[in-house]
Every structure is written in structure tokens, then in C-alpha cells.
Design a protein around this ligand. Sequence first.
Ligand code: 5GP
Length: 113
Amino acid sequence: MATIFNKIINKEIPADIVYEDDEILAFKDIEPQAPIHILVIPKIEIATLNELSDEHELLTGKIIHRASLIAKEMGLSEDGYRLVINCNKNGGQAVYHLHCHLLGGRAMQWPPG
Ligand code: 5GP
């Protein structure tokens, strides 16, 4: 099922895009939970972590790697940051298109709420 993120991928609705290639898009979260809050997503539709299969291993690695590169570009590496992927109801997932949150610019709490 297509989500709002498909509309962002297809440029049907605007987003503040910070990175794009053939497979991946990264853009600022519309409701930031930290001074820096970026969503890194695959362009193909994968609803949740539950839908991942062997064929997605390289792509998921690229998403994590890209998030780390964006974090570096944004000056977050030294102080640190957090990557989060929410899955389904108990994980707090709201948009059913796989996405990795990059959160930085403030200290994070652990354990999460
Ligand atoms: P989830 O709870 O599914 O892990 O996170 C979904 C995220 O997508 C939320 O942080 C929410 O603010 C963000 N989001 C939802 N709709 C839009 C949108 O239209 N544009 C942008 N840039 N972010 C969105």
C-alpha cells in the first residue's frame, strides 16, 4: 500500500530532501523530535522490517551507511546520534514505508519510553 512517503519519492508533495540516489531518499522529518531529525528511506515499497528478505540485505546496509554519512556531514559523529527503525504498533510505527530515523543534536534518553 502506497504511503505519504511515495508521494515524497515521486515529488508529488514537497519535502526538505538532504540526499537522493536511485535507491534511497533522505529528508527532514516534518515533526522533528530532535534538532536534527532525518528520515532515510528506500525508494521501493517495503512496509515494515517484517517484509525484509535476503534480496534487501544490501539495500538495508546502504540505508544505515547513508544515515551515518549524513550524520557525519551534519557534524553529529563526535557527540553521537541515534538511528531508530520502528516496527508495527508496539514499535510506534505510523507510516508503513520502511524508514530509518536519524536523530541528533541533543542527548537521547535510554531506555526509550
Ligand atoms: P514512524 O512513527 O512511522 O516511525 O515515523 C514516521 C515519521 O514520519 C514521523 O516522525 C512523522 O513526523 C514523519 N512524517 C509523517 N508524514 C510526513 C510528511 O508528510 N513529511 C515528512 N517530512 N515527514 C513526515
